[in-house]
Design a protein around this ligand. Structure first.
Ligand code: NI
Length: 136
C-alpha cells in the first residue's frame, strides 16, 4: 500500500459541521476517506474537462420491440468499436432491455458516444458515469 501523508485542514466550524453531516449520511467512517473521495472526484472532473483519456459507462434502457431500435444501437456501437470495449445486455422483461456500455477514449469522444446512444429515439432512460482508468 502507498504510504500516507498527513496534512491539516483549517475551516470554519459551521462548514465542518455540514461536511460531517454530509459524510455521515454517506456512510464514511472518517473525514479522511471523505476528503480523499472529494479529491479523486475533482481530479476525474479535471481529466474530463481537459479531454484526456478516460473511461465511462453508459447505461441505457430501451424497448427492444420499437422498430429498428436495437439494430440502430448496435450499429452505433460498431461504428465506435475502437472506443466501445464491452457491453452488458440484460433482458429486463418481455419488452425492456438494459445495456451497460463501457467506453474508453478521449473525454470528448466518450461524451459524444454517450450522447448519441442516450439521445436515440426510443431510449427511455440513459446516463453516463464518468470515471477514470486510474489516478496516480
Ligand atoms: Ni434484451
Amino acid at each position: 500500500m502507498t504510504e500516507l501523508t498527513r496534512f491539516g485542514i483549517s475551516m470554519e466550524a459551521g462548514l465542518l459541521n455540514q461536511f460531517d453531516k454530509h459524510t455521515a449520511g454517506k456512510g464514511y467512517k472518517n473525514r479522511s476517506e471523505a476528503v480523499r473521495d472529494l479529491i479523486r472526484n475533482a481530479l476525474i472532473e479535471e481529466k474530463w474537462s481537459e479531454n484526456e483519456q478516460v473511461v465511462g459507462t453508459v447505461t441505457i434502457v430501451y424497448n427492444h420491440k420499437v422498430r429498428e431500435l436495437a439494430e440502430k444501437l448496435t450499429h452505433q456501437q460498431h461504428s465506435h468499436h475502437q472506443e466501445v470495449i464491452s457491453t452488458l445486455h440484460i433482458h429486463l422483461d418481455n419488452d425492456f432491455c438494459l445495456e451497460v456500455i463501457v467506453v474508453r477514449g478521449k473525454a470528448k469522444e466518450v461524451q459524444h458516444i454517450a450522447d448519441e446512444l442516450i439521445g436515440t429515439k426510443g431510449v427511455v432512460h440513459g446516463k453516463l458515469v464518468c470515471t477514470t482508468a486510474g489516478i496516480g
